[in-house]
Design a protein around this ligand. Structure first.
Ligand code: ATP
Ligand code: MG
Length: 384
């Protein structure tokens, strides 16, 4: 008998021709998450389980598996060599706290000498004998004891099914450059795209010394927090100070934010091209602030020529975004009160419906190309 953790994955993407590819990615992603626990991932017949770990590592392995995109649920289980005796012996040690239970039997091994119905009744009897207060409830039991008799001579027994995060395996859906601020939204946006299988990199703009060193550290902390889900990535840190000063001195202040954002997006696209990244991701949300109107998004989209911009939070309510940020543990860091570069030189009356020709007129007052080139040259890369 051995303790193992059973792993279940979404069936939809594992059907059809791409099965091998998805399974390989999923396997690599799981192995990466559990590599520190001295255990082994076993793949047989489209089933996965982890074995060989020390008892005290079990909780940590379960928590690590809960963050792997593509998994639907996991179960701590025992694995035995299939025989009526061995299964009976183990089942007779099961102690249940719940008031009602049922036994669910899967008999894939047709050589097993009893039918599912016969044998589950027998096992139910054994559990009743050893747990005098419990009752059988076939329809809505508080706990289900599952006995899975597999084709290959092994039987798995488990009674808890822990939901995992779902989604698609990281690496299965291209790459994206996450515009990461220190706010609540952008870490959630990165998480959401990674959940669909996208491998992310990140780009942060700071305006040191207008923004503090602590503000930059906060973004690095946020990046490390989402790494738990996304896996390692590169965080690019780009100074925006000179660009903001130039806009502040030369352009109509109402256009400050719009021009800033158009330049941020241009830098994001260039950096993505340099790093062969296929899309830009932002935490923008329709109507949340002046720069998040359809008109504002139209003029910022306009400067990005070759790749899509994904805004996974576009239609979310703030409460929904906050709930996810709490779930993924970024909320407490996001609300620390450090300034973002977008709040430096903030105009009293930002334009809410900017027009392209107005933006172009303001930008003609700047040497945009050399500002962008200089910003790109001085990017600092932090391996997260
Ligand atoms: P967030 O909570 O993510 O900061 P927000 O609601 O404060 O978003 P804005 O400040 O308008 O909204 O920013 C919209 C999006 O622009 C952010 O979600 C992020 O993707 C990007 N962004 C804003 N500031 C920065 C920055 N300093 N560096 C990188 N990206 C940024
Ligand atoms: Mg912000």
């Amino acid at each position: 008998m051995e303790k193992v953790i059973l792993i279940r994955y979404g069936e939809i993407f594992l059907k059809g021709k791409n099965f091998g590819y998805f399974e390989k990615l999923l396997k690599e992603n799981i192995e990466d998450k559990i590599k520190d626990f001295n255990c082994e991932l076993v793949v047989i017949n489209k089933r996965l389980y982890v074995r060989g770990y020390e008892d005290r590592a079990e909780k940590k392995i379960l928590s690590a598996l809960e963050t792997v995109f593509g998994l639907t649920s996991i179960s701590p289980a025992v694995m035995l060599e299939t025989s009526v005796e061995a299964i009976n012996d183990y089942v007779s040690t099961i102690k249940l706290k719940e008031k009602t239970f049922r036994v669910t039997l899967n008999r894939a091994d047709k050589r097993f000498p009893m039918t599912s119905i016969e044998y589950s009744a027998k096992l139910g009897g054994i559990i009743l004998k050893n747990n005098p207060k419990i009752k059988v409830d076939l329809h809505t039991p508080e706990v289900e004891v599952s006995v899975d008799i597999r084709e290959n001579g092994s039987t798995f027994i488990f009674s808890s099914v822990i939901p995992a995060v779902g989604g698609m395996p990281i690496g299965s859906s291209g790459t994206g450059m996450l515009l990461l601020s220190g706010g609540i939204d952008s870490p959630v946006a990165g998480y959401m795209m990674a959940k669909r299988g996208m491998r992310i990199s990140a780009l942060h703009f700071h305006s040191y010394p207008y923004t503090s060193e602590a503000a930059k550290e906060k973004v690095i902390t946020l990046a490390k927090l989402i790494k738990k889900y996304t896996g390692s990535f590169k965080l690019h840190i780009c100074s925006f100070t000179k660009i903001q000063e130039e806009i502040h001195h030369k352009c109509n202040s109402e256009f400050m934010i719009t021009i800033m954002r158009r330049i941020m997006y241009r830098i994001a696209e260039r950096l993505s091209e340099q790093n062969k990244i296929q899309s830009i991701i932002t935490g923008e949300n329709l109507g949340q602030v002046a720069s998040q109107t359809v008109e504002s998004m139209t003029v910022t989209n306009d400067v990005v020529k070759n790749i899509p911009i994904f805004r996974p939070l576009i239609s979310f309510d703030k409460e929904e975004i906050t709930a996810i940020s709490k779930k993924i543990d970024t909320y407490e860091t996001s609300i620390l009160p450090y300034e973002d570069c977008c709040t430096v030189f903030l105009p009293k009356h930002p334009v809410i419906k900017p027009k392209k020709f107005q933006c172009e007129k303001e930008e003609s007052k700047l040497d945009i190309e050399s500002l962008i080139a200089e910003a790109l040259e001085n990017i600092e890369v932090v391996e997260i």
